[in-house]
Design a protein around this ligand. Structure first.
Ligand code: G
Ligand code: G
Ligand code: MN
Ligand code: NA
Length: 254
């Protein structure tokens, strides 16, 4: 309840801010995309989404958050295009409530089309958990519709669900994002290495691009690259930073 209040207040008072974490090619560290992560502006600091993530289980608050993020991300993407900042693609996290809401696809398309940002530059990040209670296939159909309109879709937190491989067979996606928990164990744990390498092989053969999440150490990046994983994100490269910092970072490289 406090998380919902905090987020509602931030939305009302214009204190919600989109920050961006770079996604890089592991081979050379150049930026291949960004993930938008919402932050709440407080007096002295920014509050990370983790602190108010529970609020997205309230459908109304979740929808309001997504609408505001769509607006900011589309505006920022327009500015980067104008400034020649080669961000390539930008991902937005969406919740179950978004994918169940009737006007969602038009809202996404309108937000970016209004700013002249090609939909192919936009990735919707949908967690695996969202597909778990999709017995009627409502979300699968919605996702297929979005992809038909040129948007890219990522399966987020991959590997944390109970039927990850089933999702790969039944959910049409462009990217999978291997959850940080696998990357944490990677260097020291042989079973994790076998699983991650297997997932990279399966996804690649299915034509799905793999992004590794939560990379904090060079050894993890090197091991992932050797396993054929092309892209990743994590504190090794950069935390989520504001739009000005991301523009500088994309220009310069992390
Ligand atoms: O940024 P941080 O690590 O605190 O994010 C914690 C969680 O909040 C992550 O699961 C992330 O996907 C989620 N999150 C971050 N930004 C957004 C957003 O704009 N919308 C939604 N629905 N979730 C977000
Ligand atoms: O659920 P999702 O994958 O969207 O969550 C992404 C969250 O993970 C972001 O809120 C981001 O702040 C956090 N994150 C990104 N990279 C790292 C990392 O290297 N280490 C840790 N601990 N968290 C990370
Ligand atoms: Mn995500
Ligand atoms: Na994730």
């Amino acid at each position: 309840i406090t998380a919902v209040r905090e987020l509602d207040a931030a939305l009302r008072e214009d204190r919600l801010v989109a920050h961006y974490q770079p996604i890089v090619y592991l081979a050379d560290g150049t930026v291949c995309g960004l993930e938008a992560l919402c932050r709440i502006r407080l007096d002295q600091r920014m509050l990370a989404a983790q602190a108010f993530h529970d609020a997205t289980s309230d459908p109304q608050t979740a929808s309001a958050l997504t609408r505001e993020m769509l607006r900011q991300v589309a505006r920022d993407a327009r500015a980067w295009l104008d400034q020649g900042v080669q961000f390539r693609r930008v991902g937005i996290n969406v919740s179950s409530a978004d994918l169940h809401s009737a006007g969602f696809f038009n809202a996404v398309a309108n937000a970016f089309e209004e700013q002249g940002v090609p939909l192919a530059m936009v990735i919707l990040e949908v967690t695996e958990a969202v597909y778990m209670d999709d017995d009627a296939g409502v979300i699968r159909r919605s996702v297929a519709e979005l992809r038909a309109r040129g948007l890219k879709v990522a399966l987020d937190d991959f590997g944390t669900g109970f039927a990850s491989l089933t999702h790969l067979m039944t959910v049409p996606v462009d990217f999978i994002k291997i959850d940080k928990s696998f990357i944490d164990r990677l260097v020291s744990d042989r079973p994790s290495q076998i699983i991650v390498e297997g997932v990279i092989g399966i996804a690649t053969k299915l034509g799905i691009q793999v992004i590794a999440e939560g990379i904090e150490h060079v050894e993890q990046a090197e091991m992932l690259a050797a396993m054929g994983c092309l892209a990743g994100q994590g504190y090794l490269y950069s935390r989520a930073v504001d739009t000005d910092a991301i523009a500088a970072l994309v220009r310069r490289g992390p």
